[in-house]
Design a binder for this molecule. Structure first.
Ligand SMILES: [Zn+2]
Ligand SMILES: [Zn+2]
Length: 179
């Protein structure tokens, strides 16, 4: 593990949230929000209503900007987010999870918590100078973000769908030049 577990959870959740906005949008219903919530084991307040869904959809562009900015700009954005939400880092243990950090009350709205948890995760990435762990999908037609937490930094595509499509295109190109 490269970073503390909570840093990696927060980054995975944020990247999937940002990628849900890539056409076709995959965060348009409370069921889809529920799937994201469960997959990333988010905790705390969860209203499960249209307002919460709308709020989460609305933060996707600013999360994308945070996750794709260069290091200096990302530091500025993370600082602003943490200051605006009056983040106070606290070590907590809950639901069988060992000590980890939350910097906002579990009763704050989910979209505010996602902002703070993502900004906190970026604090780790920026301090470790590991922003290269985040990139945009190598498929030219895809705007999806890639989070590469592997040791050998081998991830270039946001999904197997994109890596398969690129591999198939490369294969077809080879076929054309050899026939
Ligand atoms: Zn927690
Ligand atoms: Zn992709």
């Amino acid at each position: 593990m490269l970073f503390a577990p909570d840093t990696e959870w927060s980054l995975r959740a944020a990247v999937e949230l940002v990628n849900s906005a890539v056409d076709p949008d995959t965060l348009t219903s409370c069921e889809q929000l529920e799937a994201w919530w469960t997959a990333h084991r988010y905790s705390g307040r969860h209203d499960r209503d249209a307002a919460e869904l709308a709020a989460l959809r609305a933060i996707r562009p600013e999360l994308r900007t945070l996750l794709t900015s260069d290091r200096d700009r990302a530091a500025e954005i993370a600082n602003t987010m943490l200051a605006q939400e009056r983040a106070v880092p606290q070590l907590v243990r809950h639901d069988g999870l060992d000590w980890h950090i939350h910097a906002i009350s579990p009763q704050a709205p989910l979209d505010r918590r996602v902002i703070v948890e993502t900004a906190m995760a970026m604090v780790d990435l920026i301090r470790a100078d590991e922003l290269s762990r985040l990139s945009v999908c190598a498929d030219e037609q895809c705007d999806g973000l890639v989070l590469d937490l592997s040791r050998n930094r081998s991830r270039r595509f946001c999904s197997t769908r994109c890596s398969n499509r690129t591999a198939a295109a490369a294969y077809r190109a080879r076929e054309r030049t050899t026939s």
